[in-house]
Design a protein around this ligand. Structure first.
Ligand code: NAP
Length: 285
């Protein structure tokens, strides 16, 4: 019988948990690599000591200290944590895959469109170089370099835009002020904000696991988004705020070529799905 276990780094988080639910619903079993004990969790030190669980068919890394956490100041120590939590977890999974005698077929790494320098005019697709010109671009460079798995394991890197869903990421942080009418334009409101609905992102990861021809770098989707830039710069520090105040137009050329169909290609439909103060279900409960 074919192996059906998927190991998810950061599987307890917003994206990792949603992904786990989709995988369970489609016949896979799931194990998380997490810092805290839990029913389906293994620790990072267990991974280091014992390697991949037997019969793992796919490994996905969704681990990383949230950098838009408004309660944390943008200090050098915090930035180091943002970086290490991504690069070290990716290296740990890569090492476990490379040392395994029973290799998974695919390693999916989730990074970000911060790989590309913000620009009002440039159109980025997956063939565009990552510039390394700012903190996020350098971070993505190090993060992706940490994923050095060799054949026969397929490496898929998804450079995601902001992941939109009620219970995590940007929407969770901004929902209440916006719902109460305290929101507003971000920057001049004309910058691009590449985004993807959480259901489409988890479906895309699932698609990458199931389709043996999918490999390499894949992008998210473009859109406009209209909170005053100055306020964000003061609240978050300009270097961190630029992820929202300076945008880039990112095209998912290869994703479309592979034939993946987005369930939420338009922002209106995506917003309708999560714009409820009390949504029907909380996926983390
Ligand atoms: N949300 C977005 O809009 C978005 C967009 C593009 C890319 N991404 C990337 O996708 C990944 C997941 O995002 P998310 O929104 O699901 O974040 P999240 O809800 O904060 O989950 C991230 C997970 O990473 C683990 N983690 C946090 N700090 C860690 C550390 N210092 N060391 C090791 N593990 C740590 C946590 O798991 P435990 O506490 O169980 O260890 C947590 O469950 C991140 O790498 C993020 O950069 C997210």
């Amino acid at each position: 019988m074919a192996a059906t276990k998927v190991l998810i780094g950061g599987g307890t988080g917003f994206i990792g948990h949603h992904l786990g639910e989709l995988l369970l619903a489609t016949g896979y079993s799931v194990m998380n690599v997490a810092r805290m004990p839990g029913a389906n969790n293994m620790s990072w030190s267990e991974l280091e000591l014992s390697g991949l669980p037997t019969r793992t068919c796919a490994v996905v890394n969704c681990a990383g200290q949230q950098f838009m956490d408004f309660t944390k100041s943008w200090t050098p120590g915090f930035k180091q944590n943002v970086q290490n939590s991504r690069v070290f977890t990716t290296k740990a999974l890569t090492k476990a895959i490379n040392e395994s005698n029973d290799k998974p077929k695919v390693f999916v790494l989730l990074t970000g469109v911060g790989a590309y320098e913000p620009s009002d005019s440039y159109r980025y697709d997956e063939t565009s170089p990552s510039t390394g010109g700012d903190f996020f671009s350098r971070l993505v460079g190090e993060w992706e370099k940490a994923a050095q798995v060799g054949p026969p394991v397929r490496l898929v890197i998804i450079r995601s835009g902001a992941v939109l869903g009620r219970w995590g990421g940007m929407i969770k942080n901004m929902f209440v002020p916006f719902y109460l009418g305290l929101g507003g334009r971000i920057g001049d409101g004309r910058q691009y904000l590449p985004w993807i609905h959480i259901d489409d992102l988890t479906r895309l990861i699932h698609f990458c696991i199931e389709n043996d021809n999918v490999k390499g770098i894949l992008n998210g989707r473009p859109s406009f988004f209209c909170v005053p830039e100055t306020l964000l710069n003061i609240a978050l520090n300009p270097e961190r705020a630029m992820i929202m105040t300076k945008g880039q137009y990112v095209v998912p050329k290869r994703v479309l070529e592979y034939g993946f169909k987005y369930q939420y290609p338009e922002i209106d439909e995506a917003c309708k799905e999560f714009a409820h103060l009390y949504p029907k279900k909380h996926p983390l409960k």
